[in-house]
Structure formats: C-alpha cells, structure tokens
Design a protein around this ligand. Structure first.
Ligand code: 6PG
Length: 246
C-alpha cells in the first residue's frame, strides 16, 4: 500500500453512498476552483446507484457545480440506452435527469454503432475534449470504480486481451454479467487519473477484496490499477471489509 492510498470503512451501504457523494462534491468543488471544470468518470453495476440517487438531493445537490461538471463513463454495456442494464440509462434515471447539467457536458458511450466503432468514437471524443497533445493521455479529475467477485474492474475481465492494451484509451470487450459486448476505459487512461475511488459493498466482495490486498501475485485485473500520480481511495462497507487485516 503506497502513501497515496486511503481506506475508508463505513458501517453500511447507505453510509458508504453518503461518503461517496461527499467525495464527489469535494472533488467537484476543488477541480472547478483550480481548473474551471470538473471531469468525472462513473461506473455501472449496482453499488454506485445509491450514491447516484443522493447526488440530486440535498445536501449534495447544491454543493456540486453542475454547470462546470462533465460526466464520462468508465464502461458501458452495448445495449440501447433505455435497456435495463444500460449504465447511462441507470445514471440518467438515478440523478442526471434531476440536476441542471448542460446536455453537451454528458458524454455517454455510443451504443448505436458496433462496439469496435463505438470504442474508437469514444476515444476520439476524449481526445477532442482533453486535447492532450501528442502521445499524452487525458487526465480525469475523478474516477469511480467498482470491483467484481472475479477481480475485474471497469469491464476489464480476467484473461482478456484488453488487459494488456497499452495503446488505446477505450477498447471493446465481451463478458461479465450480463455477458454482452461492452466498451471500457483501459488501464493507461484509468491510471492517469487524478483520483480514483473504489466503491465496494457487501459480504460477497469480502474474499476478493482480501486477495486484492494480501496477494499481489494473484494478478487480478483490479491489481493493475496503479495510479501514476493520483490519489486512490478504497471506500468499503463493513461487510466488504470483513476479512481485511489492516
Ligand atoms: C459494469 C461495471 C463493473 C462493476 C462491477 C461491480 O458496468 O459492470 O462498471 O466493473 O463496477 O462489476 O458491480 P456491482 O456494483 O454490481 O457489484
């Protein structure tokens, strides 16, 4: 564990969501103050949904500078936006429809083209947005990640070639639950972020979390998250942290 890593253990899923919303608002204010905008990437899955629903309610709603906020997605399932497993669709229903964020500042991954074309198009969108310059990688202010019981994060699943991609920012993959085509940010992009917050909740994550912390040789995808300069926070609830000896 390096000194840019923090571990926060909350009593339950609700306090975890509240803490996540606080970290979101705090980074949003700091980024907007320092750089004039806040660029965040959010994940799918069930864990962030409670936090997302808090973002459009007080006390968080008015603390977040929505007019300066830009939302990107860490990963997306290639299904229509109204499908029940769409990450964009879930975020729209959970909070985007309830906040005053300009439409052009919401950047869903494109699902109306093939996953390969979508990945390329989203990479182009990131480059246009960040204008990072030759050979440079965009730097997101804040990235929320989840953890799967098999050690995946984003849609970077064990044993897939996407794990080794050092060139691309976004790749298309297939797998996970639901087992569908997906697009995902890659390790080089994620590892360039200013801050990553892992949100992990529930007893079913306790074993994999112990492996992540105690067995570097397990080489789980999530263990490839090693920020170049940023700050890493593990935001856990007590059930998920059950087997950790800290
Ligand atoms: C996705 C994700 C994925 C998720 C984990 C944890 O879209 O599937 O971004 O990486 O974060 O699978 O999911 P849960 O929160 O549902 O356990």
């Amino acid at each position: 564990m390096t000194n840019n890593t923090a571990i926060i253990i909350e009593p339950d899923a609700m306090t975890l969501a509240r803490k996540g919303a606080e970290l979101f608002a705090q980074n949003a204010r700091e980024s907007a103050h320092l750089r004039g905008r806040f660029v965040v990437a959010i994940s799918g899955g069930s864990t962030p949904r409670l936090m997302h629903r808090l973002l459009c309610r007080e006390p968080h709603l008015s603390k977040i500078p929505w007019s300066k906020t830009h939302i990107f997605w860490v990963d997306e399932r290639c299904v229509p936006q109204d499908h029940e497993v769409s990450n964009y669709g879930a975020a729209r229903d959970d909070f985007l429809s309830g906040v005053s964020i300009p439409e052009e500042q919401v950047h869903p991954m494109p699902v109306h083209v093939s996953p390969e074309k979508g990945a390329l198009a989203y990479q182009g969108e990131l480059v246009r947005f960040f204008q990072p310059g030759n050979m440079k990688i965009p730097v997101l202010d804040l990235i929320f990640l989840g953890l799967g019981t098999d050690g995946h994060t984003a849609s970077l699943f064990p044993g897939q070639s996407a794990l080794a991609d050092e060139e691309k920012l976004i790749v298309s993959v297939r797998g996970g639950k639901p087992d569908v085509s997906r697009m995902t940010m890659t390790f080089p992009l994620l590892n360039s972020g200013r801050e990553i917050v892992f949100m992990v909740s529930g007893k079913n994550k306790a074993r994999v979390l112990k492996t992540v912390f105690d067995e570097p040789e397990a080489r789980l995808p999530v263990q490839k998250i090693q920020l170049l300069n940023g700050k890493l926070t593990w935001l856990l609830d007590r059930d998920a942290a059950l087997l950790l000896t800290l």
